[in-house]
Write a protein that binds this ligand. Structure first.
Ligand SMILES: Nc1ncnc2c1ncn2[C@@H]1O[C@H](COP(=O)(O)OP(=O)(O)OP(=O)(O)O)[C@@H](O)[C@H]1O
Length: 359
């Protein structure tokens, strides 16, 4: 499955659709600066599905909200650029600057579909308003497109559903409506922030499939945010692992699953419930992430890493290249680093998923 996805990705021309360089985002919290994003650089490829994975508070939402000018009022871009459509989004200042991009070229869906829906308005009208606004079409033609969109996102009996209100829809169906609204804007990039976290497992799988279908059908670029690596195994072409406001490892899905390099990625993978033996307690990562109010020295994960080296507490590791498509910020990849034994769960992972070493 993953192999096929990656072959497909290799075939594609790797055109960069959005490029982030040295991005730093800060918040003012009662007069003190909190650094939520610590100098991230990332290229997003056209048509790919990039998953951003990390614990709560690692900066996944803040990072991607900055692509749409949706940072809270006490937050700002302190350094760096976000290049998209020949513009530097980091320099946008007014709401007018964002008109074209937000909801148009870049759209976002969230965990709770109700945040995007008006409980007092019929579903059909909510989708149709987006069609009218972004496609500049009115009346019957807009309604036709709306009904087709509802059908496309898997809502049965669209004519009947058009006249219903959000409370008449299940959680999964509401998320489908939100996806229809996003697609009505014909976005180039769709950011999905934990879109399936509030749904039960079977519905989760259906929504993941729907996002995959939309990605193919509309040549969408998808950024999929989740705290659960298990969710992305079958949807993501690439995975970026975030910790304390930084991407500490990035690679193709199979590289992250079969040849992970950063001890934090090991820890995340080790806590996958799929790997637990019957009756065994689920692995939990000891300790807590560092305070973002202070400057972080060295590898931010070092205090929680039983395999940390001395240098991990002193100097921030650079990225070391594992392959052309895979890099990780860990001193363990330095040629002089001692060889450490992989955690047992990671060895089991190889057995479980049957993967081999990546290039
Ligand atoms: N308005 C704000 N003011 C102060 N700090 C903020 C604000 N918004 C976010 N932060 C901080 O920025 C950091 C990153 O938050 P973010 O929501 O991006 O994390 P996340 O990885 O998406 O986690 P979650 O899954 O819980 O949303 C956190 O420490 C958070 O407390």
């Amino acid at each position: 499955m993953l192999e096929n996805l990656n072959k497909e990705l290799n075939k594609k021309d790797k055109e960069i659709i959005l490029s982030v360089s040295d991005l730093v985002i800060k918040f003012d919290l009662r007069g003190k600066d909190l650094t939520a994003i610590r100098k991230i650089s990332l290229d997003l490829y056209k048509g790919e599905n990039l998953a951003i994975v990390g614990e709560s508070g690692s900066g996944k939402s803040v990072f991607t909200k900055s692509f749409m000018g949706l940072l809270d009022k006490n937050g700002w871009i302190d350094n760096g650029s976000i290049n998209f459509d020949n513009k530097n989004l980091a320099k946008f200042e007014t709401e007018k600057d964002w008109l074209d991009v937000r909801g148009g070229k870049i759209a976002m869906i969230f965990q709770d579909p109700m945040t995007a829906l008006n409980p007092l308005k019929k579903i059909g009208m909510q989708v149709q308003e987006a069609v009218e606004l972004h496609q500049k079409i009115k009346g019957e033609k807009a309604k036709e497109i709306t009904l087709k969109l509802l059908e496309d996102v898997g809502i049965p009996f669209p004519k009947k559903r058009y006249n219903q209100y959000p409370h008449e829809f299940s959680g999964g169906m509401r998320q489908r409506v939100v996806i229809a609204i996003a697609m009505a804007c014909k976005p180039e990039v769709l950011i999905c922030d934990e879109p399936t976290t509030a749904l039960d497992v079977t519905i989760q799988a259906q929504i993941l499939n729907l996002i995959k279908d939309m990605q193919k059908k509309y040549s969408l670029t998808v950024v999929f945010i989740t705290h659960d690596l298990g969710v992305v195994a079958n949807v993501a072409d690439r995975i970026a692992v975030m910790y304390a406001g930084d991407i500490i490892e990035i690679g193709k899905s199979e590289e992250i699953f079969y040849n992970p390099q950063h001890p934090y990625t090991w820890a995340l993978l080790s806590s996958l419930p799929q790997l637990g033996e019957k009756g065994e307690d689920l692995y939990a990562i000891d300790g807590t992430p560092p305070s973002l109010f202070k400057e972080i020295k060295g590898d931010a994960f070092a205090p929680r890493n039983p395999r940390a080296l001395k240098i991990d507490f002193i100097k921030r590791p650079p990225y070391f290249e594992v392959s052309k498509t895979h890099k990780a910020r860990t001193w363990l990849l330095h040629p002089d680093a001692p060889k450490v034994e992989l955690p047992s769960a990671i060895k089991k992972l190889h057995e479980h998923f049957g993967g081999g070493k990546s290039e």
